[in-house]
Design a protein around this ligand. Structure first.
Ligand code: DON
Length: 321
């Protein structure tokens, strides 16, 4: 067994009884999750998979999709056009906040909050909704390397209850930041959140970003490598919402969370990590996920700015002894 496998096992045992946090319930379908689900997966940039727990359990990706739609919007309209519509500034506010979306800026602060994600979603090219949806699914397929689908009941649940998102879209329409059918844009936004994934898929997606946009198994370019820098920078500063500063300080790697309990983290040139546990805190981040990432970062020296202890030789930790 490798050092990494041993450590993953120990983290699983250490945190599986940590039961603070709550299931997300503002989207009614998410409250059906099993609070005991727990998985940790690491995928290296050369495609090795290390995993413990319920790594094949399906759940909806939720806000982690925002990272990948950001990449797609960059490819579809380029950096300059995207920056005109959506900034790259962390908000320090909850992910669904309306507060900073004002008449002066007319643009959401960043693509990781809901307002920004709705704006990036409006930039996805395609003649009608079906074409945009199919392009989006094809994009996710490149990262996950299997057929992908939408959980229709979660999609319907989000669509029926997403009043704040509808308010954000209406404000963006009023400002002229988005200029076409908001119900179609919202559908595509709710559909991306309702993509079905498991923990291993998420780690593979993170590993693809760690590998300059090249999927480690297929060697296919999932996203143009020139845009991976943009995606990771925005994850680093904005991916954990109003916990982003704390996360950058404690864990120190680009990451993104979702209210269904997933968190992905990217260690450039080395690996992608995903944790899944549906009990979330007030900021919308998985409680066990935060602890697992903190311990992993500490143990393997993943913090990108930590030069004090030198980098451990991660490759050695992957070898069985
Ligand atoms: O817009 C929403 O409310 C959800 N579909 C996505 C929320 C989410 O995951 C935010 N993250 N923590």
């Amino acid at each position: 067994m490798s050092k990494l496998e041993r450590f993953l096992e120990s983290l699983y045992k250490k945190y599986r009884t940590l039961n603070s946090g709550k299931l997300a319930s503002y989207i009614p379908q998410l409250a059906n999750a099993n609070p005991d689900w727990f998985a940790i997966t690491v995928v290296t940039t050369d495609g090795k998979v290390f995993t413990v727990g319920d790594s094949q359990e399906n759940f909806t990706i939720q806000s982690i999709s925002k990272v990948f739609l950001h990449g797609m919007a960059l490819e579809d309209c380029g950096r300059a056009a995207l920056l005109e519509k959506v900034g790259v500034e962390p908000t320090g506010d909850p992910f669904d906040s309306v507060i900073r979306l004002d008449e002066n800026s007319k643009r959401p602060d960043n693509p990781m909050v809901n307002a920004g994600a709705i704006a990036t979603t409006s930039l996805i090219k395609g003649n009608e909704l079906t074409e945009r949806l199919n392009r989006m699914l094809e994009m996710f397929r490149r990262y996950i390397n299997r057929d992908v689908f939408i959980d229709v009941s979660v999609f319907m649940s989000e669509r029926a209850t997403g009043h704040r998102n509808r308010a954000l879209a209406n404000l963006l329409l009023n400002f002229g930041t988005i200029d076409h059918n908001i119900e179609e844009i919202l559908d595509l936004y709710f559909q991306q959140c309702s993509l079905v994934v498991n923990c291993q898929d998420l780690a593979m997606m993170a590993a693809t970003l760690a590998n300059r946009g090249i999927q480690p198994i297929t060697n296919q370019q999932a996203v143009q490598s020139e845009y991976v820098r943009d995606m990771l920078s925005v994850m680093h500063t904005c991916g954990m919402y109003n916990y982003a500063g704390e996360w950058a300080y404690r864990v120190g790697i680009p990451a993104k969370s979702g209210v269904s309990g997933g968190i992905i983290g990217v260690i450039p040139e080395r690996a992608g990590i995903a944790v899944f546990s549906p009990l979330i805190d007030q900021q919308g981040n998985s409680v066990r996920g935060l602890r697992v990432f903190e311990d992993l970062s500490q143990e393997f020296g993943f913090h990108l700015l930590d030069v004090s202890m030198g980098k451990c030789n991660f490759a050695d930790c992957l070898e069985s002894d």
